[in-house]
Each structure stands twice: as C-alpha cells, then as structure tokens.
Design a protein around this ligand. Sequence first.
Ligand code: NAD
Length: 276
Amino acid sequence: SKVPPIILNNGVEMPQLGYGVWQVPDDEAERAVATALEAGYRSIDTAAIYGNEAGTGKAIAASGLPRADVFVTTKLWNSDQGYDSTLRAFDASLEKLGLDYVDLYLIHWPLPSRDAYLDTYKAFEKLLGDGRARAIGVSNFLPEHLRRLISETSVIPAVNQIELHPHLQQHAARELHAEQGVATEAWSPLGQGKGLLEVPAIVAIARKHGRTPAQVVLRWHIQLGNIVIPKSVTPARIKENIEVFDFSLDDEDLAAISALDEDRRLGPDPATFDMA
Ligand code: NAD
C-alpha cells in the first residue's frame, strides 16, 4: 500500500491516512468509497450517525479486496450510550456494514452531562474481548474525560479522534495522548477546506514543493504523527489527498504551519455538545 501504518497500542496496524465519509449520503457512499479504494485507500471512517454504513459496506464487498486488507472504523452515536444499548447499536452497525467485525469502534462524543461513557466503554471492552472490534477508542474526548476513562477502565483507548488542523493544533491533547500511548486521529484535517487552504503561508509552501495546499496540510499532519481521514467526493481530490508519501516538508515549512495555530474550533465543544 501507498500508506504506511501506525501501530496502535494493542499491536493492531492502522493506515496513517484514510477516507472519511461524513456528509456523504448513503446512496453516494458506495461510489465514493469505491473511488477511494481504487485510489489506494485502505481505511474508511464512518459512523452510525452518518447514515452511510450500508453504502460503505457495499463498496467494501464489491471491491473484492480481502476483508483483512481494509481497516473499517465506525462510531457509536450519543443516544446509544450505556452498556446494553451500546451492544445493540454495535450489532446494528455491523449488520448495516455487512461485516462480522470492525477494526476500530469509537465513542463518538463524551457527553459529560450524561455521564454514561464509562458504562459505554465497558461494553466496548466486551466487544474487544469477543474479537468483534479489533481495537476500541474514543472521539472528541477532552483530556479530563480521557484521564478519567483511563483511570476507571482497563483498556487504554487505542485512538482519540479529535478536531485537529493548523488552526486548532490541540497541543495539550497530543501531549496527553503521547504520554498514555493513545494515537491521535485528526478529524477535519483540512479544516473542512474552508479558509485554511488559501492561507498565504500554506499556498507558498505548496508552490515551493509543486504540491497543492491540501497535500501540504496533510503532509504536515503525517510528519507530526497524526492519523488523518480527509474527505472529498471529487475523484481528482480523493486521488490527490493520498499522494502525500513521496515528498517531505522541511523544518522551516513545519514551523511556518505550526505558527498558524489560533485555537479555533469549527465543530462543537465536546464539553457541552449533547445532541441526541
Ligand atoms: P476535511 O477537513 O476532510 O475537509 C473536507 C472538505 O475539504 C471537502 O468537503 C472539500 O470541500 C475540501 N477538500 C477536500 N480535499 C480537497 C482538496 N484536495 N483540495 C481542495 N479542497 C478539498 O473535513 P471533514 O469532512 O469535516 O473531516 C474529515 C472526516 O473526519 C469526516 O469525513 C469524518 O469521517 C471525520 N469527522 C469526524 C468527526 C467526529 O466527531 N469524530 C467530526 C467531523 C468529521
């Protein structure tokens, strides 16, 4: 494969770059995921709430790739938190995906006001023990949630998938993850393609390397050690976004991008987000 693996804390290998399918309708997901698999992606990031696990699963089946060659992540939605409801929601996700295991199962949001993530995670530990999830982890956990989870349960999450891009560099979270052996996975790695790809410093670095701004931002993540899951439904961009393993940013480039931190979220604040 074009994409090198990150070794998770339980020894499972996860491609460092994958394809995210948020906001891709189910009836378009099959074609989009098929395009990504053809372009060489071997990791797909979906979630129950995205409503496209079925289309994603169809594309994986139709690809003819051995199951073991594709790394599939899905996420438990907020309204299903709790021990028994998690086990039921997991069954429903597997059914939609048409799979008998997932590679990574994530708690989508911590919902601290509900205080159910410890019970939820205990169900995740059961799924891991039963071999129905090869790795388990969390998403959108703030350092305080992650510390509490680690102190009250027995399996350190393999991954914390958080909003992370040059305008929101998440230094405290990345430091905690490194200390605890949790891999950092960046969602909205391109800053949702909004202003970030027009920032002059990024455009200048792209020109210097003969690359696109999106490739430069993805390469910055890769050199920092982040797992990334850029999303596009445009075939040319899907291909472009995986072509980031044949060039390197130098120290000056990395420093210029690291200087863009504004501590600015595009998505909700995990401390208060409680959408059911
Ligand atoms: P992203 O940063 O990947 O940006 C995607 C957008 O950037 C595209 O819609 C397109 O407009 C633009 N784009 C993509 N490639 C481009 C290119 N080569 N050139 C120019 N523009 C380009 O944002 P995202 O979709 O929010 O995040 C990626 C994935 O992260 C999602 O699909 C999903 O899987 C995951 N995610 C997870 C959570 C969570 O709560 N865990 C939240 C949001 C997203």
